[in-house]
Ligand binder design. Structure first.
Ligand code: FAD
Length: 397
């Protein structure tokens, strides 16, 4: 595929022609725009809302990042690169800190998905970790009361990202590199045009490019017909509760990110509390009720009392005496692939189109490395990053 910057026939023809168009400037799209622009490509990013916004998958102040990946050990090399790129982005950005290494404790039965999966990844990739019994967990972190028979897998390198700030940092880096990022500009149709693509926006404007990157999150099914992958969009509830007693005991350094296997193989998780945070955050990592992506914006899909009560009950069970009144709650979207793994690669029919979707509720931590992979796919026609196991082709036929 042609790709690359500065193809002769596109030179000097004005702002309707780009090397690469990126649809969706959210978690993955903002990173793709940044990496593409840094490599000299002329980039157009189309975002239907603002950058960032609260109608998709990237709001809520915190996203966990960890390396001993219980979901599958093949993610670990990508995570190592993601860490490097987040560190570089934070240095380059010079704005507010958005990457916190706080350590992470994962609680569950020894043979459960989370503890045994984390151990498997850590051993296969030589990652530093500690395995604690329940008593050791409580001595190290007196805030926790592990369940009967639970072990605690502790990973020093775990922490969290502030997604809104991370997206702003990628968008700023993209703009510094000359990318045009348009907000409030939805793509409404696209098609192949010769070896490139042509897209049309809701404003009625057409743009052409050598390559198109789809990073549309929950809207991906609508955007990428012919992908051959069923993506299920679900509604997820998150809540913050007023910390009881000394707020300092939940600060980064004294309190880690945590994950408990409450609904095997899924579980509840939470974060340390930063100054200015609404409180102790808790949510369930498990696909929720199916909904259409636009519903989050239009219909009153506010969290229900029973859902909030359940989240409070989880805190009462595993962090007894820590959670007071509800201080905030909202909903957010997961885009689930059939096997819970990401869908990243070339479009099965169109070599000039790449996709990154189906992040199944665990994609944010990878956004930095996905940006690099998407730039490789668009400009070089392939990537040396080990993303082969995520290709959309695995669902075809
Ligand atoms: C409650 C919750 C908790 C999570 N916790 C974690 C966690 O702890 N750790 C972790 O790693 N991950 C976590 N995730 C998952 C992670 O946030 C997502 O996997 C990630 O944000 C998905 O990124 P995306 O770029 O695919 O989607 P988004 O960031 O939503 O970006 C897609 C963008 O495309 C735009 N778009 C769509 N259609 C169009 C169009 N036609 N024209 C123009 N623009 C368009 C959208 O407006 C949106 O901005 C969580 C998700 C949720 C909901």
């Amino acid at each position: 595929m042609g790709g690359g910057s500065g193809d002769g026939h596109h030179m000097g023809t004005g702002e309707r022609y780009f090397d690469v168009i990126v649809v969706g400037v959210g978690s993955m799209g903002s990173a793709a725009c940044a990496h593409l622009a840094a490599r000299g490509a002329r980039v157009l990013g189309l975002e239907q809302f603002e950058i960032p916004h609260r109608h998709g998958s990237h709001h809520g102040h915190s996203r966990m990042i960890r390396q001993a990946y219980y979901e599958h050990p093949d993610y670990v090399p990508l995570l190592r690169r993601a860490y490097q790129l987040w560190d570089e982005l934070q240095l380059r950005d010079g704005g507010r800190e958005f990457f916190y290494r706080t350590g992470g404790i994962y609680l569950g039965p020894e043979e459960g998905a989370i503890v045994s999966g984390s151990l498997g990844s850590a051993r296969e990739h030589g990652l530093e970790h500690q395995l604690h019994d329940a008593g050791e967990v409580q001595r190290r972190f007196p805030q926790f009361r592990p369940g009967g028979g639970h072990l605690g897998f502790f990973e020093n390198e775990a922490g969290f990202l502030v997604p809104e700030l991370a997206i702003m940092a990628h968008a700023a880096w993209a703009r510094e590199g000359g990318a045009s990022l348009l907000e409030g500009e939805a793509l409404v149709s696209w098609g192949a045009a010769g070896s490139g693509v042509e897209v049309k926006t809701a404003a009625g404007v057409s743009y052409q490019a050598d390559h198109l990157v789809f990073a549309g999150g929950a809207w991906s099914s609508q955007l990428v017909a012919g992908l051959g992958v069923e993506l299920a969009v679900t509604r997820q509830v998150l809540a913050w509760f007023e910390p009881l007693g000394d707020r300092g005991r939940f600060a980064p350094g004294r309190f880690p990110c945590w994950f408990v296997e409450t609904e095997p193989p899924y579980g509840h998780y939470g974060f340390p509390v930063l100054p200015g945070d609404p409180g102790l955050k808790v949510a369930l990592h498990r696909p929720g009720e199916p909904i259409a992506p636009g519903q989050l914006r239009t219909a009153g899909l506010a969290p229900r009392e029973a859902e909030i009560d359940r989240l409070h009950a989880v805190l009462d069970e595993f962090l007894p005496g820590c959670a007071g009144e509800l201080s905030q709650a909202c909903t957010c979207l997961y885009t689930n692939s059939p096997d819970g793994h990401f869908v990243v690669g070339h479009h099965p029919e169109f070599e000039q189109v790449s996709v990154a979707c189906g992040f199944s509720g665990h994609g944010f931590k990878f956004a930095s490395v996905m940006g690099e992979a998407l730039a490789d796919l668009a400009l070089d026609g392939g990537t040396e990053l080990p993303i082969g196991f995520l290709g959309p082709g695995r669902f075809v036929g």
